[in-house]
Ligand binder design. Structure first.
Ligand code: TMP
Length: 207
């Protein structure tokens, strides 16, 4: 058992979770804010390979294994030590991204992708997962209007892929109703922020 609290932020492209996670982190003390894939040097190097727009030949299983490898290194090098110190860890994406993107949208199977991830995470699941829900059309429109945000290999997928990602998250919501809480990310930012804070405070109180 670790002393800290592990909270992950999930959602399709353009749900605004990266903005929200920063606003939320400012409200708490003793926080580690990090992201996947990446967050530490080795995992950032893997991120470059996975998201490189030139890597069009990448096989879906290779993609799933690379995400799992980046996850493992990040968990061991950064997340677990912070939890052991009693920190509140906010992570932008974690295993549910692999289940929704590689498991469901790529068609590898949610169970199969969960299995390879168990090898990587050794059952270290989040205490709470906030899922920011948005229609893919709206999410992608938001990304395209953001100047400065990198456009990666997965952003370039067809709209059907992004619809499948959302469908995958909805399957996960049904599978893990206690751990994953849905937030409507199409609402104004301030409203999304307030709802998110309330859910986190409530969960921390009841842990
Ligand atoms: P980001 O845009 O939130 O930084 O995430 C990078 C991309 O990687 C995004 O398109 C989602 C995708 N992704 C997966 O497909 N599987 C994963 O396990 C993770 C962590 C991210």
């Amino acid at each position: 058992m670790t002393k800290g609290i592990f909270i992950t932020f999930e959602g399709p492209e353009g749900a605004g979770k990266t903005t929200i996670i920063q606003m939320i982190a400012e409200q708490f003390d003793n926080v580690l804010l990090t992201r996947e894939p990446g967050g530490i040097d080795i995992a950032e190097q893997i991120r470059k390979v996975i998201l490189d727009k030139g890597n069009t030949a990448m096989d879906p299983r290779t993609e799933a294994l690379l995400y799992a490898a980046a996850r493992r290194q990040h968990l061991i090098e950064k997340v677990k030590p912070a939890l052991d110190e009693g920190k509140l860890v906010f992570c932008d994406r974690f295993v549910d991204s692999s289940l929704a993107y590689q498991g469901h949208a790529r068609g590898l199977g949610i169970e199969e992708v969960f299995d390879i991830n168990q090898f990587a995470i050794e059952h270290m699941m989040p205490d709470l997962t906030l899922y920011f829900d948005i229609e893919p059309e709206l999410g992608l429109k938001r990304i395209n209007s953001h100047s400065g945000r990198e456009v990666n290999r997965l952003d370039l997928e067809k709209i059907e892929f992004h619809q499948k990602v959302r469908e995958g998250y909805h399957l996960l919501l049904a599978q893990f109703p206690k751990r994953i809480i849905k937030i409507d990310a199409s609402l104004p930012l301030e409203e999304v922020f307030q709802k998110t804070i309330c859910i986190i405070n409530e969960r921390i109180k009841n842990l």
